[in-house]
Design a protein around this ligand. Sequence first.
Ligand SMILES: [Zn+2]
Length: 585
Amino acid sequence: MIGQDELQHIREQVDIVDVISSYIPLTQKGRNFFGVCPFHDDNHPSMSVSREKQIYTCFACGATGNVFKFIMDYEHVSFMEAVAIVATKAGVELNFHLKKTHSTSSKYQKLYDCYSLASKLYQNNLHTKSGSGALEYLKKRQIDDACMKEFEIGYSLKDGQVLTNLLLNKKYEKTVLLKSGLVIENAYGLSDIYIDRVMFPLWDLEGRVVGFSGRLYNDEKQFKYINSKESEIFKKGELLYNYHRAKEEARKKKQIILMEGFMDVIRAYTIGIKNVVATMGTAVTKEQASHLKRLSNDIVICFDGDAAGAKGTASCIEELLKLGVTPKVVRLENDLDPDEYIRKYGASAFQNKLNNPMSTMDFKLLYYKKNKDLSDSADLTSYVKEVISELSKIPDEVMREVTLKKVHDESGLEISFLREQLEKLEVQEVKNVSVPIVKKEKDKKETKYEKAEKALLFYMLRDGNAIRVYQEKVTFMPTKVYRNLAREISCFYNEYGKIELADFMTYVSDHEMIEEALSSIVTLPLKEEAKEEELNDYAKVIREYTIKSEIKRLQKEMAGASLEEKTKLATRIVELRLGDKKYDK
Ligand SMILES: [Zn+2]
């Protein structure tokens, strides 16, 4: 297994601020960086990341840890997998086997391997003689070689046996082949599912091929696309096309653009727009919405220009609003999708569209107005009601006022009346909807001893002096979890001659109880440093408790004891009382 020193080395090669900001947007305020905590449902930046201490702390839910812990909890991987991911980011060679299979549950490894082999085969086919028709089609659609390479576009041969045979030769079982959805079984045996098609691989969030979309390129009469069926590794509603590539770019540009189809994404790439992902269908799921939120809080929805695209945009806005994100919207004229729009009007026209998105509310106003005649009373009534209901979901006060003004202009209704309607609706909604509230640790009454234990631990985690005070003057914490934590800190200090919080977190990462205690200590609102005398005061309070309980115990014992024993116990009690005094000098 990997040693503490090596773990420390790996941890020191990365900056936690860089790592966390590759997952969630962070803003610097003073010495620390702040972002929206991904571990509880929130839209306030309650997570702080310290470059100095190399740890993160959420003041709302209490999540805290070092870079390994963050990756473990964010990517849902084991500790060793998290170490492997950090090592990869740091460019550190690992000596243990996990490196190759990081975050891959071996359970599905065969499926991943089948897809990987298939993708390589298809790419290769495209540049053979048989692939010339497909290649020509792609060129005609203005997809150049660089783009084909980037998106690993390929071609499935007319001979429907090639992939099947390749996989069988590699000794994959028939069940795996059928499970993958790349192979079907009919009366003649096994054969490839994709025949004579342009092949677009689909990736999961980590960039592994998990499916394909196969497009016919010479026969418009049949279904244009066949998508892989859902499998254990391919769940359409859980992934976003191009997520793994767009991640970095979205962070740099501080914006993510959402489209419907993968061809839109590929087209956007050809004109240099790389912070873009696609839903592969118009209904955005909750999972997809939260992936988007992780990429950036500035989300631009640019779906197809048709009615289905407008409907999809509206439902996507809903999902994002639920997560506290208000996206912006781009609508394309003449029912065009982004791919068509760019080909028809060119890069700069499209870029211009992206640079001037409309607000969610403006989109909604347009959306609700569609097919309505506002001079008709019934239409106007339903329009005003829809907008008011929409407004109740928007927390932005300015946006509310601006919109009310617009509706007033359109409807002639008094602003005060509209506002009243809005308020009425909100009262109702508060009654109906239970707002999820972050569970805070119950403020149970803490004794002064517990407070002193926690405070001393707080300083023990940052100051060797406090540890010495503990070792010399306390040695025993009354509360069990704190006692264990203090012992671990003490051991760590003896072993390494110093205390480094981020490394200590690694040290205790397999003790769940201690980790929990640690989290409650790290998030205490105490000042950074304590004076020697303050530390001594904490120690005194803790000691006092220990001695008091011991005296109590002895006094109980005295009750049933013989005279001789009583004398002994009494002496012991006096010693305890005196013993405590000697520390005060
Ligand atoms: Zn949190």
